[in-house]
Ligand binder design. Structure first.
Ligand code: ATP
Ligand code: MG
Length: 401
């Protein structure tokens, strides 16, 4: 049993001592067997939420209506979910009814893929009712039971299939691929926020081309926001070789760049994907910068406007699209050498301008400050108060602002 499970073992033992079953389930079991890093531990139990709360003094109701209670133990929180079945799914996205059950097999049956339907006892013994271990070995994503029915129940599972293909670098089982092909349009029933999460994980996975090709081959991309006209662009992205990307900025930027969305069009696209305003403004900066890079005219000002963080993302995208490595490195070197990296670093402000030059209050002041900023960044004038005041006086006298 990997070390990360150790602190959770006593929690499972305590539930068992009270006469219930408890298992590690889902992604943490899958990733352990694959030898991958585990980011969170999920526990499934036959105990009802009220019973869990009797066993443990300190709990938090994180999602009690779905059966999830967080157990607090030695400063750690453990998400524990009661075995449950789901039924209804009238709207292709969420069950009309969740029923708590006492049987592990019922709970595993409702899970999406065989590799996600493994459970592990506190002693490390794996419960494998759907041949998930064999599919892990074969590196295969396969729906539990009838793919068609499973995608009807919850259409998000189709996006999850393609994101796991990328994340784990697994193939998708042929019958599951067919199930996606036949039901792709149901993805439109799913809240965009949820599709967005899967898309981002796909782009940040181990093998995004694998997930992207599956999206293209199954037609799933046609039911994602604003992608239906962009098969060629998605193909272009799937042809890239220098993966992985490491940040969400790089991920969405690479998608936008690949499908040829301009800085101006990008807000609309990202808004349709329900992404945050922060990300939207970052992507605009990234796309503006990449356009300069494509046109081979990156200036100090372009680097300054882009900023370190966005420049890192732009660089990842540039390398993904086979820009010259030396050129990408030179952006960073040039960026480091900029006299200032933020407008607040300018050595004088408006008040000092008024006090020490012939300038009178008015709109001209903002213009001069903008010009000073540009010229400091361009290296035309030193960023020191005396130099800037002298330079400002010249600008005022020239009157060519
Ligand atoms: P990740 O490493 O991305 O967290 P994960 O497998 O843990 O992968 P989660 O979304 O955290 O994925 O879900 C935990 C588990 O819950 C899954 O392994 C799966 O068993 C089950 N599950 C999650 N979403 C669904 C779904 N839409 N349909 C069926 N089962 C699901
Ligand atoms: Mg998880």
């Amino acid at each position: 049993l990997p070390a990360i499970f150790e602190p959770a073992r006593p929690v499972l033992q305590q539930i068992e001592n009270a006469g219930y079953e408890a298992y590690f389930v889902g992604g943490c079991v899958r990733d352990t067997i694959l030898g991958d890093h585990i980011h969170d531990i999920d526990i499934a139990t036959s105990a009802y939420p009220s019973e869990i709360k009797q066993i443990f003094k300190r709990t938090v109701d994180t999602g009690i209506e779905h059966g999830t209670v967080m157990i607090l133990d030695h400063g750690e929180g453990y998400e524990t979910t009661t075995f449950r079945t789901e039924s209804g799914y009238q709207d292709f996205r969420r069950p009309d009814k969740v029923t708590f059950v006492r049987s592990l097999s019922e709970d595993l049956k409702r899970r999406d893929f065989t590799i996600n339907a493994l459970a592990m006892k506190e002693n490390g013994q794996v419960i494998d009712l759907f041949d998930g271990l064999s599919d892990l070995k074969k590196r295969l994503i396969k729906a539990v039971g009838d793919p068609e029915a499973r995608f009807h129940e919850d259409a998000l599972r189709m996006m999850r299939a393609v994101r796991f293909a990328s994340k784990l670098d697994f193939a998708i089982d042929p019958a599951t691929v067919t199930g996606i092909q036949d039901n792709a349009s149901l993805l439109e029933k799913i809240a965009v926020e949820r599709t967005q999460v899967e898309m981002e994980k796909l782009l940040l996975g181990q093998n995004p081309p694998r997930g992207l090709k599956a999206m293209i081959n199954t037609g799933l991309y046609q039911y994602c926001p604003d992608l239906s006209d962009h098969e060629a662009g998605l193909q272009r992205l799937a042809q890239c070789t220098h993966w992985p990307l490491t940040t969400n900025k790089a991920a969405w930027g690479a998608l936008l760049f690949a499908i040829g969305i301009s800085a101006k069009q990008s807000s609309r696209f990202l808004r349709d994907w329900k992404l945050s305003n922060d990300l939207i403004s970052a992507e605009r900066a990234i796309l503006i910068f990449l356009k300069c890079a494509v046109d081979q005219k990156v200036t100090a000002w372009d680097l300054f406007e882009c900023g370190q963080n966005n420049l890192d993302a732009a660089s990842e995208i540039a390398l993904l699209f086979d820009f010259d490595q030396g050129e990408v490195k030179s952006w960073h070197d040039q960026y480091q050498q900029l006299a200032i990296h933020d407008r607040h670093e300018l050595a004088i402000n408006g008040g000092q301008l008024l006090k020490n030059t012939s300038l009178t209050p008015g709109p001209k002041m903002g213009k001069i400050l903008d010009r000073l900023l540009r010229d400091v960044v361009a290296g035309k004038v030193a960023n020191s108060a005396p130099a800037l005041l002298k330079y400002s006086e010249q600008l005022i006298n020239q009157g060519d602002l």
